[in-house]
Write a protein that binds this ligand. Structure first.
Ligand SMILES: NC(=O)c1ccc[n+]([C@@H]2O[C@H](COP(=O)([O-])OP(=O)(O)OC[C@H]3O[C@@H](n4cnc5c(N)ncnc54)[C@H](O)[C@@H]3O)[C@@H](O)[C@H]2O)c1
Length: 317
């Protein structure tokens, strides 16, 4: 099968490329290397085709979609810091860019998996979050939510194209996906904390650290993507993909320090020191993964300890 991955040089996209190559598929990547990196796919040189370009290039995207059997749309601008510092460019990429990819898949009648996010649920306090949970986001001037808004619109366009034009789309809402190759540069908490721990530097927690998350290893997430893609009954549907075991950010920092035998100290700073004005956070984010479990039998296998070990091993390299 010829698989076309947008954002294939990124964190999740490169692991997806590994899995597709391992099972004998052909992989074509389109990436503008904004947050992705050649290093993530260097080991696949000679086995994959990489196009350096932008998903907003409709002619190129149409050509690559037409030549493929399936599209995995992973390209996006992400990372809270990145979104807040490059807001308009991020909205353009995430909404207009995605529309180009969705229209191409519709035109050429191709199967497509799109990457959405738990951010679309916003700060809904009713946890765990299931697929029909409401979106609760702040005012438009709270810039953080523009990422969620663009992704929600992408989902709505995909859903509409499915209904009106039979687009064979499945939507995957990732919850805090982590693992080797993820960079801490754009505000991702796990690589940022582990890198600090390995350097015996202070681990900086924003606010009091009582906010909680559930982390999912990228290997589990990739298995979910591939199984959903191979299951035609998931066409037109949408699924949470997340881990198990809620942990506060303070517990995460403590566990990372213990697990890596680090001398790091924990230091707290206010959100206002870390982010530009217009930032707000959600206190909890817990996925309800019953739907995907029932539909394809998927469940995560990694614990937080095994996640920390695999990220630490990667960063040590
Ligand atoms: N990692 C997570 O926890 C998480 C959570 C929710 C959703 N997601 C979604 O999963 C997908 C993959 O995320 P990731 O964590 O691998 O991030 P990533 O930043 O590593 O990957 C995104 C890739 O897209 C590329 N890209 C960005 N804009 C592009 C454009 N206009 N044209 C071509 N390529 C472009 C980047 O260079 C990068 O390689 C994204 O759609 C993201 O929104 C990720």
């Amino acid at each position: 099968m010829r698989a076309f991955i947008t954002g294939g040089a990124g964190f999740i996209g490169s692991h997806l490329a590994d899995a597709l190559i391992a099972r004998g598929d052909t992989v074509i990547i389109l990436d503008n290397m904004s947050t992705g990196s050649q290093v993530n796919i260097a080991h696949l040189e000679g086995t994959i085709t990489v196009h350096s370009g932008d998903i907003r290039d409709a002619a190129l995207v149409n050509k690559l979609v037409e030549e493929s059997d399936i599209v995995f749309h992973m390209a996006a601008a992400l990372g809270v810091k990145n979104i807040m510092e490059h807001t308009i460019e991020s909205i353009d990429r995430n909404f207009n860019g995605s529309e180009v990819v969705l229209n191409a898949a519709t035109k050429h009648n191709k199967r497509i998996i799109i990457a959405s996010t738990s951010e679309i649920y916003g700060k809904n306090p009713n946890q765990p979050l299931h697929e029909e949970s409401d979106r609760v986001v702040g005012a438009p001037q709270k810039i953080r939510w523009t990422y969620a808004d663009a992704k929600a619109l992408e989902e709505a366009v995909a859903h509409t194209l499915h209904k009106t034009h039979g687009l064979k789309v499945t939507t995957v809402r990732f919850f805090n996906t982590v693992g080797p190759r993820q960079t801490g540069q754009y505000g991702m908490v796990v690589p940022r904390f582990i890198q600090a721990a390995l350097n015996n530097e202070d681990i900086i927690i924003y606010d009091d650290g009582s906010q909680s998350r559930v982390f999912c290893h990228v290997a589990d997430a990739v298995r979910a993507i591939l199984t959903l893609a191979d299951t035609d009954s998931t066409i037109g549907d949408y699924f949470n993909v997340g881990g198990t075991g809620e942990t506060t950010i303070k517990e995460l920092a403590t566990q990372i320090i213990e697990r890596t035998n680090s001398q790091s100290q924990i230091r707290h700073i206010a959100y206002t020191e870390a982010y530009p004005a217009g930032f707000e956070d959600m206190q909890r984010r817990v996925p309800d993964i019953n739907k995907i479990k029932k539909t394809i039998g998927w469940e995560p296998t990694h614990t937080l300890d095994s996640i920390i070990d695999s990220v630490a091993a990667h960063l040590k390299k």
